[in-house]
Design a protein around this ligand. Structure first.
Ligand SMILES: [Zn+2]
Ligand SMILES: [Zn+2]
Length: 490
């Protein structure tokens, strides 16, 4: 039963005595078996298949307009062809004295014929020339209004127009009514959907090629990291070793704050409240967040990314993790309220650095079929190309549990990799029986990443952690490791 139905039921019951209910139930049964014509039910809502569908075209937009025609022969070759075919050469333009001339340096942009073969094509305006050699037109070098377009449709070459904009993202759309994408999507609509469109619901059907440009430079790009330490770790009442013990029990061993406080008191005779443990966790996470990001490896080769749900205050939220196949290290993470497209650009950036200067060569990124990954991949690659670089992310989709398509089969190993990581993450966060606040979840996740990358012995790495940090060399005990990491990060 849906949650709001349960609420409605409680509300109805509060209005009824036992006897009221006894007389209402038979009427409800009559409604259910269809014998009451005077009481109407809410009509069944049938959602048409293409209504409000979130889909992302995996094709990035073009960052330069298509040339009018494919590159072709040079004017001298064309001249030679003409001579061979006709026995004559093409004569230069005969100009009457005083007639307007194209600019002296002007050349045909198709065959590069010099100005003696070009004549002005649009009279007084003088902005276009026609070429006698290849018969095509080109602009003269006369300054003309530059096109403001920045992206072009990869399917039809039309300039995309700016459709919507918010602080994080600008959406561009292809306006061409003959664009193959638009024509195909329009043809797929059901008759009911066509009727809905006619009734004015046009924007609910995603028919045109759409590209979302994320503002990667923006400070507001959603990337969750701990902030606001509740205590100053330099002025705590307990010793640093006690702090190390707190982090060992709560993060490395995955105990709740209460059990950690109990372990400290009953095993080591150290009196500490569970609230103090919580404060230490949050403060340690603030101190270690940048250090963890800086020392986590850049992704290489093949990586697997996934979003896993967590409960915060009873609500479903998401943790995003990406792991490299060779080093088994977490190289990016984020937390968010939704699985939509918004959290993925920050996640991608936490993994590969800003697209203007990607810290990685081309890499394979295995994910599930969530369209948010396509959106982030296209946006990141396009931003890298616009900045003068190359596309770095090759996204591979691993769908479902069965090996239905070849791509899924090949990349299944990466799905298993990330699922194992998710299980480890859940093991270390599960005893909290859900997080109380987003900040708490962020703090625990940050410390989990630090623990996983720098301390946790990994079976397939010969018992070593994924990232060997110099300052932890020779340290065997978790409390000492935590204290040393905090010292390095201070
Ligand atoms: Zn030409
Ligand atoms: Zn198009």
């Amino acid at each position: 039963m849906k949650n709001d139905l349960r609420k409605l039921l409680r509300w109805v019951c509060r209005k009824l005595t036992y006897n009221d209910l006894a007389s209402v139930v038979p009427v409800l049964l009559e409604v259910l078996n269809g014998s009451r014509q005077d009481i109407e039910l809410k009509p069944q809502e049938v959602r048409p298949p293409h209504y409000r569908q979130f889909r992302v075209d995996p094709q990035p937009p073009l960052c330069e307009p298509l040339l009018p025609h494919a590159p072709q022969k040079d004017w001298e070759e064309l001249q030679a062809d003409h001579l061979r075919a006709t026995g004559k050469t093409i004569a230069k333009v005969a100009r009457r004295t005083g007639s307007p001339m194209p600019p002296e340096k002007c050349r045909c942009r198709h065959c590069h014929a010099p100005v003696r073969y070009l004549y002005l094509n649009n009279g007084k305006l003088g902005s276009q020339v026609q070429c006698k050699i290849c018969k095509r037109t080109s602009p003269t070098d006369k300054p003309r209004r530059e096109s403001k377009a920045r992206y072009w449709c990869p399917h039809c070459g039309y300039a995309l127009f700016r459709w919507k904009e918010d602080g994080l993202c600008t959406a561009f759309k292809c306006p061409n009514d003959h664009c193959p994408v638009y024509v195909r999507n329009l043809a797929q609509l059901t008759p009911e959907e066509h009727a809905m469109r006619k009734a004015g619901n046009t924007s609910q059907f995603k028919l045109r090629y759409l590209f979302r440009e994320y503002h990667f430079a923006s400070q507001d790009l959603p990337l969750k990291r701990p902030e606001d330490a509740p205590v100053d770790l330099n002025r705590i009442h307990h010793s640093l070793h006690t702090l190390g013990l707190c982090l060992t029990f709560s993060i490395s061993l995955g105990l709740s704050a209460r059990l950690t406080a109990q372990a400290l008191e009953r095993v080591f005779g150290i009196r500490i409240s569970h609230q103090t443990v919580v404060n230490y966790i949050k403060a340690a996470a603030c101190q270690l967040a940048d250090f963890t990001d800086e020392n986590s490896p850049v992704p290489e080769g093949t990586c697997a990314a996934d979003e896993t749900y967590i409960k915060i205050g009873g609500k479903t939220r998401y943790t995003w993790l990406v792991i490299t196949e060779t080093r088994r290290a977490i190289c990016g993470y984020n937390l968010s309220e939704t699985r939509g497209a918004k959290p993925t650009p920050g996640f991608t950036q936490s993994m590969c650095a800003p697209p203007a200067a990607p810290q990685t060569d081309a890499l394979e990124l295995g994910t599930d079929g969530l369209p948010s990954y396509d959106s982030a991949t296209v946006a990141y690659n396009t931003a890298a190309v616009v900045a003068g670089g190359e596309a770095v992310l090759n996204k591979r989709t691993v769908i479902g549990l069965k090996n239905l398509d070849p791509e899924s089969e090949t990349y299944r190993v990466y799905k298993q990799l990330i699922e194992r990581l998710n299980r480890t993450y859940k093991y270390h966060t599960r005893p909290r029986a859900g997080f109380k606040s987003f900040d708490g979840a962020t703090a625990l996740t940050t410390l989990f990443v630090a623990y996983y990358n720098f301390m946790r012995p990994h079976g397939s790495l010969g018992g070593h952690p994924p990232v060997a940090i110099a300052c932890l060399k020779g340290k065997r005990l978790y409390p000492d490791m935590w204290v040393e990491l905090l010292r390095q990060a201070a």
